[in-house]
Design a protein around this ligand. Structure first.
Ligand SMILES: Nc1ncnc2c1ncn2[C@@H]1O[C@H](COP(=O)(O)OP(=O)(O)OP(=O)(O)O)[C@@H](O)[C@H]1O
Ligand SMILES: [Mg+2]
Length: 480
């Protein structure tokens, strides 16, 4: 079974899958080679072209800690099934001894206590990580190098024939599964190689190509030393994750902050507020939360400790009004963040704010439309300046989102027209390439946001929401 109306968590639209590579690359930052290796296998499955009698794809993910190996599998689950949790995870550290491997498949009848042992790899468990959108199961074997030899033997069978025989005689079919093995094999040696080359001692990026090849060789040699050739030969792609560069780490920080804002918006609804993190505070979080040793692994915890927890204390203490702005600033000693609340007006954010989206790309238009409807917005769409003008005449909007290139003019041109009619209107211009300098300047001056494609719907939603809830919320008053 191939694609069954696949989905991006909030849209339920197949368009989301056409943009699979873009969506995954936004979620897993700075590892383009990894995404490019995996995506074709998912597309083969979607096109019903995966060969029968074997798993859809088998990948070995290598590289240092905190570089996105597990995140990759979670991101695919999120895009395909709408939840990062739709992954069957097997922690191979728990199957280091031969007798423990029986826990995976259950013991045969006749063995003492065989009824009490529930196998881990059952058909029901594989099916439980599919969704109404997509029938592909993601199975992750973490730290594969720790597995007992009989587990690798068992995996050979799965990789070969896509079936696994359980202790009770039942078989499990892996024909609709992607298998991921992760390992830190060679990671220490890779660290040594990279510590002088890039990442935390940035600035030598011209060497990145060479270093990548050297790292891949280190990883592959370590794998060949550890696993038998018949195991390595059955893997479709061995993918080496590279240490994250400073820019990628900074992008991951942005992801976390956007997630936090989005959480505040959905949890608090009309009582939400906006969070503004100063560049110095970002530097601080990056300094504390990232390292050559652990990559981005500690970033979430750092944000939690220095930002989320103090923020929660403020909210619980009733110190943040609806529509306020919370400025996150670095203390003078450079060792702590402090939160400063800038009060908003007492105007509640509309429960269903209205937006006009203008784009001649119908796929993108529908994709954004369903994402915004899902987020409780009242949405109108137009595919040209002409149609947009008509709608603007007939209805008041809180916000307008415009593509730059439209069939009968530019988005900036239209934004200017709308601005002349309503100075307080919130406007966002989307563009595929940077705007010409003159128009960039104009957008800056008139406070039109410019959103470079590709972007996630949540980025747009957060941008609009944060402005609706900003202290100058003239927007919705004008729309009333
Ligand atoms: N490339 C990345 N893109 C986005 N987030 C990342 C990336 N790398 C790491 N992170 C962040 O760091 C956390 C830890 O990353 P992840 O679990 O993918 O590490 P890993 O490579 O599997 O490491 P390990 O070898 O220790 O299992 C993720 O949950 C995510 O928040
Ligand atoms: Mg991992």
């Amino acid at each position: 079974m191939g694609l069954r109306g696949a989905d991006l968590s909030m849209t339920g639209k197949p368009e989301a899958l056409r943009n699979l590579l873009v969506l995954l690359s936004q979620k897993v930052v700075g590892q383009p080679a990894a995404m490019k290796s995996i995506v074709p296998y998912i597309q083969m499955y979607m096109a019903d072209l995966s060969p029968a009698g074997r798993p859809v794809g088998v990948f070995l993910l290598l590289g240092p800690t905190g570089t996105g190996k597990t995140k990759t599998v979670e991101a695919i689950a999120d895009v395909l099934h709408g939840s990062e949790k739709k992954v069957l995870k097997v922690d191979c550290g728990g199957y280091q001894m031969e007798h423990e491997v029986a826990k995976l498949i259950g013991s045969p009848p006749g063995y003492l206590g065989h009824r009490e042992t529930q196998p881990v790899l059952t058909q029901a468990r594989l099916d439980a990580v599919t969704s109404e959108y997509c029938g592909l199961s993601l199975v992750l074997f973490d730290e594969i190098e720790k597995a007992a030899p009989s587990l690798t033997q068992l995996l050979l069978g799965i990789m070969d024939k896509a079936t696994l025989q359980l202790g009770d005689g039942n078989t499990v079919n892996f024909e609709n599964a992607l298998l991921f093995f992760t390992s830190n094999l060679g990671a220490r040696e890779m660290m040594k190689e990279t510590s002088e080359s890039f990442g935390f001692r940035a600035g030598v990026s011209r060497e990145r190509g060479d270093v990548t090849t050297r790292l891949e060789n280190i990883a592959l040699n370590a794998v060949k030393k550890k696993f038998a050739p018949e195991f390595v030969n059955r893997i479709d792609a061995v993918i080496t994750y590279l240490p994250l560069e400073t820019e990628s780490l900074s992008q991951i920080l942005d992801q976390h902050i956007t997630e936090l804002q989005s959480h505040v918006n959905t949890r608090l609804g009309a009582r939400c507020f906006s969070i503004e993190v100063t560049p110095e505070s970002r530097e601080f979080l990056l300094r504390k939360g990232t390292s050559a040793e652990f990559g981005a692994r500690e970033l979430k915890r750092t944000i939690h400790r220095h930002l989320t927890q103090p923020l929660a204390a403020l909210v619980a203490g009733g110190q943040v009004d609806a529509g306020a702005r919370v400025n996150v600033e670095l203390d003078a000693d450079g060792e702590r963040l402090s939160l400063r609340v800038v009060s908003g007006e007492e105007v509640p954010i509309p429960v269903h704010p209205s937006v006009l989206i203008v784009d001649d790309n119908r796929d993108l238009l529908n994709f954004l439309k369903s994402a915004m409807i899902h987020a409780q917005w009242d949405v109108e769409t137009a595919e040209s300046l002409h149609a947009a003008r008509d709608l603007f005449e007939s209805k008041k909007f809180n916000a307008v989102v415009l593509d730059y290139m439209l069939p009968d003019g530019t988005g900036v041109e239209l934004a200017l027209e709308f601005h002349a009619r309503n100075h307080a209107l919130r406007q966002v211009v989307m563009c595929g390439v940077p705007l010409p300098p003159g128009e960039q300047e104009m957008c800056k001056e008139l406070k039109f946001s410019v959103l470079q494609k590709p972007f996630l719907p949540t980025t747009l939603l957060n941008l609009l929401r944060s402005h609706l809830s900003s202290p100058t919320r003239a927007v919705q008053r004008a729309a009333k």
